[in-house]
Design a protein around this ligand. Structure first.
Ligand code: ATP
Ligand code: LTN
Length: 336
């Protein structure tokens, strides 16, 4: 809580091309819920370097991601949209929380295990301590709610544990955050293997819809989406491919599962897949147009970056002053 307003914090990494999963699981929810809260939406570039990055590419992608937040409908005059690396308090609190996190807790994280297996030649300490930095991001702004996809649940639980652990030693310093899962789109699955989540690092380009895919590519990918031989548009466990397509369709159109099942009753998968493709094009096309427009307006984006850096510094510094004092770091002397 700051200024009598509840706080929302979330972030995304600027690595790889964003997918429909990132949009429906996270970004779209941010836009839907941001009203009435004090909000911070961060491009978490410190997190990105746990995996080796090309510098020019990282810089470009980070800028694109920040622009995309705005293109998706987050007004940067109202929502604090900024780069993590511009606010050193993230790194400082990250270190402090490292000292309150047990190695065993970090080694249990499934994302760590997955990434360590994938990058066996670079299992660096940052990959392991990633979740305490993520906790720092959230606790720095006293966030009540963190809108993310279901895959981030384990990290959020650690953030809660660390807030409680710290508060038990030093009194009430941090707000204990809650995960905010959207009603739909919590876990969008791969179009080629509906048992796997849609991921920007999937090697098969047909498995994911990228936010910048052109309309024909989107239509084609849905046409090729893996379904089953049952032949009915029904939301059930036996039909994971169809269930995923229903989730996507409802998420993009605002319709309910029942409405969708009814709409496509007695119709083949071809008609349904085409409709899902059109629904996604209808959502992504305006986003892409707005993105291109904004990208061309360099001054506007630069101004928003500077303005929001200050805002993020202002609020995070409030928390950090308290933390430094509680821990026992010496105050900066003031000369008379
Ligand atoms: P990678 O696959 O490379 O690990 P990612 O696609 O999971 O990356 P992240 O940057 O880790 O992307 O996630 C950004 C946000 O998008 C998070 O809130 C995450 O929960 C959400 N998200 C990612 N994939 C999905 C998905 N398939 N369905 C719903 N939400 C998702
Ligand atoms: N780990 C998150 C990205 C992230 C984040 C955060 C999300 C870093 N810090 C703080 C919410 C709040 C992911 O999506 N991979």
């Amino acid at each position: 809580m700051f200024d009598d307003k509840k706080v929302i914090f979330s972030g995304m990494q600027a690595t790889g091309n964003l997918t429909l999963g990132n949009y429906l699981g996270a970004l779209k929810n941010w836009v839907d819920i941001c009203e009435d809260y004090l909000t911070f939406f961060c491009v978490v570039d410190l997190h990105s370097i746990t995996v080796r990055q090309d510098p020019a590419e990282l810089r470009r992608r980070s800028r694109d991601l920040l622009t995309l937040y705005i293109a998706a409908g987050l007004d940067p005059e109202k929502n604090c949209i900024y780069y993590q690396s511009h606010v050193p308090n993230h790194a400082e609190l990250g270190w402090i929380l490292d000292c309150f996190t047990y190695v065993g807790e970090l080694e249990r994280m499934t994302q760590y295990k997955d990434k360590a297996a994938k990058h066996a030649d670079n299992i660096n300490a940052g990959l392991l301590t990633y979740p305490s930095l993520m906790a720092a991001d959230i606790l720095l702004y006293q966030a009540e709610y963190v809108p993310v996809g279901a895959d981030q649940k384990q990290h959020l639980e650690l953030a809660r544990t660390l807030a409680e652990r710290f508060n038990n030693v030093y009194g009430d310093v941090f707000t204990v955050p809650d995960i905010w899962l959207g009603k739909r789109g919590r876990k969008i699955m791969s179009l080629q293997d509906p048992e796997k989540k849609m991921s920007k690092s999937d090697e098969n380009p047909n498995a994911s819809i990228y936010l910048m895919d052109d309309p024909d590519t989107i239509r084609r990918k849905f046409k090729r989406a893996v379904t089953d031989s049952i032949g009915a548009v029904k939301y059930c466990d036996e039909q994971p491919g169809i269930r995923n397509l229903i989730d996507i369709y409802c998420s993009c159109t605002g319709k309910s599962t029942e409405e969708c099942e009814k709409e496509f009753e007695g119709q083949g998968y071809g008609v349904f897949k085409e409709a899902v493709g059109e629904a996604v094009v209808g959502v992504l096309k305006p986003l892409q147009d707005r993105f291109r427009e904004l990208s061309a307006d360099k001054d506007y984006i630069d101004r928003m970056i500077l303005q929001n850096d200050e805002k993020a510094m202002y609020y995070s510094e409030k928390t950090m002053r308290k933390v430094r004092k509680k821990i026992g770091f010496p105050e900066r002397p003031r000369l008379k």
